[in-house]
Design a protein around this ligand. Sequence first.
Ligand SMILES: *Cc1c(COP(=O)(O)O)cnc(C)c1O
Length: 372
Amino acid sequence: MDIQTNYRPTKAVIDLQAIEHNVASLRQHLQQGVQIIAVVKANAYGHGDVEVAKAAIKAGATMLAVATPDEAVHMRAHFPKTDMLILGATPPNFIPYAAKENITLTVFSTDWLERAAAYLPQSQPVRLHIKIDSGMGRIGVNSREELIPLYESIIASPHFILDGIFTHFATADEEDSLYFDNQVSLFKELLMALPSKPRLVHVANTATALVKDTSLQYDAVRFGISMYGLLPSSYIGEILPFPIQPAFSLQTELVHVKQLKAGQSLGYGATFTAEEDIYVGTIPIGYADGMIRKLSGQEVLVGGERTKIIGRICMDQSMILLPKAYNVGEPVVLIGHQGQERITLDDWANKLGTINYEVPCVITARVPRVYK
Ligand SMILES: *Cc1c(COP(=O)(O)O)cnc(C)c1O
């Protein structure tokens, strides 16, 4: 017997055409010859990395960026030839795999190169990108005194190829550009200090690629959040050069419908009490799916109408107020559109006091990602 999965109706439905549209639109917007690095770290911001990467490549991305060596191993199995960069710190014991599978690593200290001596590749050399910390304060070299010895050690080694150099901006999505401009200046100063430029210079995240000076596109841009149809900030939304389409939706179905009489309560703590006779629907999604308890009271869509989650969210189930006695099996949209109504990841982010980036990342692996 075939083993079926996804019996539960709760699903994240990912619109791959939206991903393709967003990448293709960016491509139109970029200067000639600028490559698109599709940032698919963290399971493509919770959207499903393999399918998102396929869509991005189809629409013109030429390189993938992940955060960790394990993500690179996972993606290499599906994309044996595609250029791939690990954005974060990689332990030197990953070097033999990186050499064999042609994974590009980020480096930012001579100490790393010294530790690398114990793991030098036997076969082909490993491609490296130097990370400049121009003001993010995360990883990277932030002075000529650190950069030049690192550069020279890489150039001197037959085991490494200096293939790129990059930095990351802390405030590219904000209207005030003072901090951004200072980061750009420091990056340019350090780039000029190098005897020769590596093949790939890249500084632009989504916000920079969309709204900043086109000279900052350099050789490639790292396209993350707006590939998923989400805005890096509301300020960017005001000056976006092309429309983007959100790809993520979260759907389920009613699994139980009942009437609650005026005065009756529901949920842990019995925090919700009906003021009049109402219909209540149970949906099979809870905080173990990433719909955390702080989302109690959040609006959902049923029958094309807005209604809301009532009572406390349980681990695996939640209750919603129903405008009428719907049947079991009635579709419920938690994120996405139904009829004329739409609930966005930004709505959830506002309710949670966070940013849209975080919301799909924390929808757990129990929720299957399905594609349309
Ligand atoms: C995550 C990440 C990006 C993508 O940023 P977006 O704002 O999503 O475009 C780009 N570069 C680095 C180094 C990152 O860590």
